[in-house]
Design a protein around this ligand. Structure first.
Ligand code: 3WN
Length: 303
C-alpha cells in the first residue's frame, strides 16, 4: 500500500485557494497533509522536487512524503509533513501576547529559516540557494518549542551558483499581494538576477513587524493586524497594493511606544532597512539574523 493509503485524515485544519491542510495519523504519529487543488499541481511538483533534495533544517517545515491518489474523476496530490499543533504564526499571534524573549526568538528562528533557504551550500550534500517568493505569517508555523519553521516552497526559485543558473518554476500562481515588494508590484524585478528574488523575500520579512506589535513593553501592546490593514481592505487587488507600496511608498506604521524599548527600537531600525524601495539598499537576511542574535545575546561579539 502506498503511503497515502496508510494515512487516516482526521480533521481539516486549513482551507484556501491552495487546497486544504488536514491533520492525520500515520503509523500512530500525527502528521499534516496538504491536499493540493488540482489547479495548483505545479506547486505540488515544486515542493516535491525540493523536498526530495532533503531540505532538512529546524526552521524549515519537516517533509515526510509526497503522494498522488487517483480519485473517481481527478488525481489528488498530497504533501505530508510534520504536524505542529500550535498552527501558523498568523493564528498564533492573534491569540498570544509576547514577552521580549519569545518575540526575539520567533523573529530570529524565522530569519534563520529564510537564511538557510537563501544560502547555497556547494559540495556533495550541498543545496542550491532558494528564494521562497511567498513569505507571510500564514506560511510560517510555530513549533512546540516556540520557534518558527517556514512552509510552502511551491513558488520557490533555485539558483545553482556553479552554473549561475536560475530555475524559475512554471507556475501561474504568484505570491500574496499584501506582501509583494515594490519591484514585484511595479514589475521591475529583474528575473535574470537571483539576488533580486532574495531581496524581494527580505521585503516580505515585514512579518517581523507583525510579531513585534504583539510584544508587551511598558504595559503596552498592539492588537494583531496584517501589514497594510490600515490602508487596504481584505484581499486587496494588485492595483490597490501597487498604489500604496510602489506609488505612495507607504510602509506599515511603527508605533511610538517602540522607540522607548531597546529591542523594539532595534527591530524598527531593521524593519526600515528591509522595506527600502530600492532593493539593493535592503538588508540581506545574512545581516538581519546576526543583528537579532546580537539583541538576544549581546555579550558574544559576533564580529
Ligand atoms: N504538508 C503541509 C504543507 C504546508 C503547510 C502545512 N500546514 C501545516 N503543517 C504542519 N502543521 C500545521 N499545523 C496547523 C496548521 C497547518 O497548516 C499546519 C502542511
Amino acid at each position: 500500500r502506498t503511503m497515502a493509503r496508510q494515512i487516516t485524515l482526521t480533521n481539516c485544519i486549513g482551507k484556501g485557494r491552495y487546497g486544504a491542510v488536514w491533520k492525520g495519523m500515520w503509523q500512530g504519529e500525527p502528521i499534516a497533509v496538504k491536499v493540493f487543488a488540482s489547479r495548483d499541481e505545479q506547486s505540488w511538483a515544486r515542493e516535491t522536487e525540493y523536498n526530495t533534495v532533503m531540505l532538512r533544517h529546524s526552521n524549515i517545515l519537516g517533509y515526510i512524503a509526497s503522494d498522488m491518489i487517483s480519485r473517481e474523476s481527478d488525481t489528488e496530490l498530497w504533501l505530508v509533513c510534520y504536524y505542529h499543533p500550535l498552527g501558523s504564526l498568523y493564528e498564533y499571534l492573534q491569540r498570544t501576547e509576547l514577552d521580549h524573549q519569545l518575540m526575539l526568538q520567533l523573529c530570529l528562528s524565522a530569519a534563520n529559516g529564510l537564511a538557510h533557504l537563501h544560502t547555497d551550500i556547494v559540495g556533495v550534500c550541498g543545496k542550491a540557494a532558494i528564494a521562497h517568493r511567498d513569505i507571510k505569517s500564514k506560511n510560517i508555523l510555530v513549533k512546540n518549542d516556540l520557534t518558527c519553521c517556514i512552509a510552502d516552497l511551491g513558488l520557490a526559485v533555485t539558483h545553482n551558483s556553479e552554473e549561475d543558473q536560475i530555475n524559475i518554476p512554471k507556475n501561474n500562481r504568484v505570491g500574496t499581494k499584501r506582501y509583494m515588494s515594490p519591484e514585484v508590484l511595479d514589475e521591475t524585478l529583474n528575473t535574470s538576477s537571483f539576488e533580486c528574488f532574495k531581496q524581494a523575500d527580505v521585503y516580505s520579512f515585514g512579518v517581523v513587524w507583525e510579531i513585534a506589535r504583539r510584544c508587551v513593553s511598558g504595559g503596552l501592546v498592539e492588537e494583531y493586524n496584517p501589514p497594510f490593514y490600515d490602508v487596504v481592505n481584505y484581499d486587496p487587488s494588485f492595483e490597490e497594493m501597487r498604489k500604496v507600496v510602489s506609488v505612495d511608498n507607504y510602509r506599515p506604521v511603527i508605533p511610538n511606544r517602540w522607540s522607548s524599548d531597546p529591542s523594539l527600537s532595534l527591530l524598527s531600525k531593521l524593519l526600515r532597512e528591509t522595506w527600502c524601495k530600492n532593493p539593493s539598499n535592503r538588508l540581506t537576511i545574512h545581516r538581519l539574523a546576526p543583528a537579532i542574535t546580537k539583541e538576544i545575546y549581546p555579550s558574544n561579539d559576533m564580529d
